[in-house]
Design a protein. Structure first.
Lengths: 82, 146
């Protein structure tokens, strides 16, 4: 199955693109992140602080991403102190 | 109701929109671009967002704030795009019968926005350099404290 992964914030700078296509076998967010890190190792250091979203919902790493869906990678937000 | 704006924020329009004869208190929080951060001289900030998730989140924060506090209005608007010094990046407008709740609600709204809203700041400096600012990891709804 094929999904689109969108990058936001600093991840766009890290990846050099706004989005990529990704082929998955067992459809989980976990697999998507693993495959991305294999292809783009510079993403690995950011993973522990990334949230994932599908259809405007924050989802867990066990979430099954539907075929054709867009997975958004959300780095830490709204930077700046109070 | 649109919460993200690509044009300069209009405080007068928000005041008109939220006007309520039952309100005795109005609190406005405005975030503006500051000229210095961590010892570096700032020339501006570029704000980007996951637009649909940010719209949804800001609407939720408005409704959550209305539920938690004895207030009559809570409106939040956030700018995206390249901002210059002193431009408004965000406006929070709260109206209530009394000031104590209005102040508390406005603080809650902006503090929650900064923890939950998928908006990012890339700071630009007068030496031509720029960097994304450190932020707060978004939690799954199950992880959020009540």
């Amino acid at each position: 199955m094929h999904i689109t992964v969108e990058f936001y914030g600093v991840l766009r700078q890290v990846m050099g693109v706004q989005s990529v296509g990704l082929e998955l076998f067992n459809n989980t967010v976990h697999e998507a992140l693993e495959r991305l890190c294999q292809q783009q190792p510079q993403l690995s250091i950011h993973l522990p602080r990334i949230a994932c979203a599908v259809d405007d919902e924050i989802v867990s790493h066990e979430y099954l991403v539907p075929d054709g869906a867009t997975l958004a990678l959300i780095p830490p937000v709204s930077g700046g102190d109070t | 109701m649109k919460h993200l704006r690509s044009e300069p924020l209009d405080l007068a329009a928000l005041l008109d929109e939220t006007g309520n004869p039952a309100s005795g208190a109005l609190v406005v929080f405005g975030g503006t671009v500051r000229n210095e951060n961590q010892g570096r001289t700032v020339s501006g900030i570029d704000y980007t967002a996951h637009a649909s998730l940010a719209e949804k989140t800001l609407a939720e924060i408005e409704q959550d704030t209305l539920r938690r506090f004895d207030i009559q209005q809570c409106r939040i608007v956030h700018r995206t795009g390249d901002l210059s010094l002193q431009e408004f990046s965000v406006l929070v407008v709260v109206r209530a019968a009394h000031r104590a709740e209005a102040f508390d609600a406005a603080r809650h709204a902006i503090d929650t926005l900064k923890q939950r809203t998928p908006i990012w700041k890339q700071e630009r400096y007068i030496d031509g350099d720029s960097r994304y600012l450190e932020g707060v990891p978004i939690l799954n709804p199950q992880q959020r404290p009540e």
